[in-house]
Design a protein around this ligand. Structure first.
Ligand code: PMP
Ligand code: GLN
Length: 384
């Protein structure tokens, strides 16, 4: 393995899921739902396979899906993307992110992440030969994480090529406020930085919060690559249908990298996702409401079990402080939990360059059936 990839051998998700499998633990670690997406979407994929949609798609993706993505962005956020050259279909949001960084970052360029960060970002920066800089989210007084705007301004400068923003944010569940988004947009404009936004949880915000894509802020459309995928919106994480939208020049650069990574992918799933974006947004809204109830159910259970629970405003995830139960290292705890009480969860410190402030935090996924959440809580009570 090259020196630039050596720090990144095993992903925490694979490690913990393997531990969960071996011990038969309830898995609130890796974030994936345990029910299927809308039936009509599944049917369209089956019909596509039966009807011979089984060969390579066009390089940019199936035209029908690019049109549906463009319509969805226009209807929901008022952003116009030409389906011909401003929308690119990718193998999940993961490929879109990696291809974007490889396409746009020169060796030595700085890329700014907000930490804790999603685990593929630092690896993609390393693959591109870029230099990672991070700005930490701080735990605020109201149990919400907030962005340190002074740290942001001190970290982004003329040496910065790109900034990656994930809102709603994995692992904290934070939805960035309009003031935080405005500050991010301002530093991007002032320093001529490309924003890469990971919006995979764009449909999963709770308590009346709304998703505001960074690209909708003044001066940002021309410098933003907006990334999302069908995985979280339609319970289809295994399909790996993602996309990236933005100005033709930037999307063209991502395509240049993407075409030699996978060329294309998931042909029969593409018309199914197009169908879902056009016809199943009510289903997605039902999912959102269910997920909000599940968040509350797990938050209550974790509180009863003795954790200090932080606020989750969106995503699949909720973080809890393990210190009230007498633990001080979340990673140690997560590595022992499957064996000890038959439960899997993810330590937050592994998503940080500076693990110290996150050392006591553990992330739980609530995108699971109620009985699974309840069983997890029953097991967590044994920690006392
Ligand atoms: N970004 C974030 C923040 C995620 O949580 C995930 C995975 N759950 C991804 C990207 C990956 O998305 P995909 O499966 O579409 O590649
Ligand atoms: N995004 C999912 C999570 O955060 C996991 C995806 C993966 O296993 N790479 O749990």
């Amino acid at each position: 393995l090259t020196t630039r990839l050596r720090p990144f051998t095993a992903t925490i998700f694979a490690e913990i899921t393997e531990l969960a499998r071996k011990t038969g633990a309830v898995n609130l670690g890796q974030g994936f739902p345990d029910t299927d997406g809308p039936e009509s979407m599944l049917r369209v994929a089956q019909e596509a396979i039966a009807n011979g949609v089984n060969q390579y798609s066009p390089g940019m993706g199936e035209p029908e899906l690019r049109a549906a993505i463009s319509e969805h962005r226009a209807a929901r956020y008022g952003i116009e993307h030409r389906p011909e050259d401003e929308v690119l279909v990718t193998c999940g949001a993961t490929e879109a992110l990696t291809a974007a960084l490889i396409a746009l970052v020169e060796p030595g360029d700085e890329v700014v992440l907000i930490e804790p960060y999603y685990d593929s970002y630092p690896v993609a920066i390393a693959m591109a030969g870029g230099v990672r800089r991070t700005v930490a989210l701080r735990q605020g007084e109201d149990h919400r994480f907030e962005l340190d705007l002074d740290a942001l301004r001190a970290t982004v400068g003329p040496q910065t090529r790109a900034l990656v923003l994930n809102s709603p944010h994995n692992p904290t569940g934070t939805v960035f406020t309009d003031a935080e988004l405005a500050a991010i947009a301002e530093v991007c404009r002032e320093n001529d930085v490309i924003a890469i936004t990971d919006e995979v949880y764009e449909h999963l915000l709770y308590d009346g919060l709304e998703h505001h894509p960074l690209a909708t802020l003044p001066g940002m459309a021309e410098r933003t690559l907006s990334i999302s995928s069908a995985g979280k919106t339609f319970n289809a994480t295994g399909w790996k249908i993602g996309w990236v939208c933005g100005p033709a020049e930037l999307v063209g650069a991502v395509r240049a990298a993407k075409q030699f990574m996978t060329f294309v992918g998931g042909a029969p799933f593409q018309p199914a996702v197009a169908h879902a974006l056009r016809n199943e947004l009510d289903w997605a809204e039902q999912l959102r409401q269910n997920m909000q109830r599940k968040r509350d159910r797990l938050a209550e259970g974790l509180t009863d079990a003795g954790f200090d629970v932080l606020h989750s405003e969106g995503t699949y995830f909720i973080c809890a402080d393990v210190r009230p139960l007498g633990f001080d290292d979340g990673e140690q705890l997560c590595r022992s939990l499957p064996e000890r009480i038959g439960l899997a969860a993810i330590p937050v410190q592994v998503f940080c360059d500076n693990p110290e402030p996150a050392k006591h935090l553990v992330r739980f996924a609530y995108c699971k059936k109620d009985e699974v959440l309840d069983e997890a809580v029953r097991r967590l009570h044994k920690l006392r």
